[in-house]
Design a protein around this ligand. Structure first.
Ligand SMILES: Nc1ncnc2c1ncn2[C@@H]1O[C@H](COP(=O)(O)OP(=O)(O)OP(=O)(O)O)[C@@H](O)[C@H]1O
Length: 319
């Protein structure tokens, strides 16, 4: 449904060229929900803008909904909905009028536009707000109106650029409920960028991580976490000497990666923490070591990014 090959975008600036995207290749199948993650300036928006025909690539090619974005951008735009960063909804117009104007811009006849506006008001829970002016809506309501505007022409593919940024946790959860419901009802392909790692982890079937204009990971959140981060087992003993001995034993556990000692505690990264921890405790008891506490920490997508780049995505995102 979305295919890119070696997409490159360079911006000319006074300080010299900025290579925002340096050879992006990706494939998204029909009906998939894919999250595009990366720190500020990684090139996510530039990539999405090229895929949605808002920006011509410097080189490379992309095909969206079966159409080449360079050869026929207008036909691509008819297939896709795009909800950009910030509110696209007018501040001074009523909700229903916004939707109808959007319908006219999409060359819908008046009856079709009214029917579609009614459907979207229902789907995105904007009922009761039809006569309200854009500027009086809450952040979450505005975002839902933005999504409705992007869906007026019934696109098969929806691009969402940071849909939930700036929303409070309740409105974020509510927006997601609507996005997932829409997807279930329509089978739409959804491609979104987000700064929220937990959101990408729980909502997306596939996560693509971008850094410095390049894709550095592309898989399901589960596989990324298992392959690139792993579970962290932490065992606290009753002395530093025991901890040192335990660290030596931890390194010999099946699939053990990094081992760390801090005071009385030993941390070791393994593939499946819950299966390995009882074995580790058994071996420690065998040599007479006293285990005070033990825990397994599941990795996050931030651990994946940290493993790949040595930097924390959470910190770079906040910065
Ligand atoms: N019009 C432009 N002119 C010059 N440089 C640009 C332009 N647009 C983007 N850039 C630069 O390209 C790089 C990638 O920017 P982009 O907005 O695609 O990143 P992003 O991953 O979407 O970041 P964010 O998460 O902050 O939105 C950055 O260094 C940015 O400053």
């Amino acid at each position: 449904m979305i295919h890119a090959r070696d997409l490159v975008r360079t911006f000319k600036t006074k300080a010299g060229p900025v290579e925002a995207v340096r050879g992006l290749s990706l494939d998204v199948a029909e009906g998939e929900l894919v999250a595009f993650l990366g720190p500020n300036g990684a090139g996510k928006s530039t990539s999405v803008r090229m895929l949605t025909t808002l920006l011509p690539p410097t080189s490379g090619s992309a095909n969206v909904g079966g159409i080449d974005v360079i050869v026929d951008p207008a036909a691509v735009r008819r297939q896709i909905g795009y909800v950009g960063q910030g509110s696209g909804a007018g501040q001074y117009y009523k909700v229903r009028d916004e939707l109808l104007t959007q319908g006219r811009a999409q060359r819908m006849d008046a009856a079709t536009a009214r029917r579609r506006a009614g459907e979207l008001i229902e789907m995105l829970e904007l009922k009761g707000l039809e006569e309200r002016i854009g500027s009086t809506l809450s952040g979450g309501q505005k975002r839902r109106l933005d999504v409705a505007l992007g869906l007026m022409h019934e696109p098969r593919i929806l691009f969402l650029d940071e849909p939930s940024t700036g929303l409070d946790p309740h409105s974020r959860a509510n927006l997601w409920e609507h996005i997932l419901k829409l997807r279930k009802q329509t089978g739409m392909t959804i491609f979104l960028t987000t700064h929220y790692l937990d959101e990408a982890d729980t909502m997306a079937e596939r996560v693509m991580i971008m850094d410095n204009g390049r894709l550095i990971a592309d898989d399901t959140p589960e596989r990324l976490k298992a392959d690139l981060a792993g579970d962290r087992i932490m065992v606290r003993l009753t002395s530093t000497a025991e901890a040192q001995q335990a660290a030596g034993m931890a390194a010999n556990l099946p699939g053990a990666r990094e081992t760390e000692v801090s005071g009385h505690a030993v941390t070791v990264t393994v593939g499946e923490g819950e299966a390995i921890l009882p074995e580790f405790i058994r071996r420690l008891h065998e040599v007479g070591a006293q285990v005070a506490t033990a825990s397994v920490k599941r990795p996050t997508l931030d651990d994946v990014f940290l493993g790949l780049t040595g930097r924390s995505l959470r910190e770079t995102a906040v910065a």
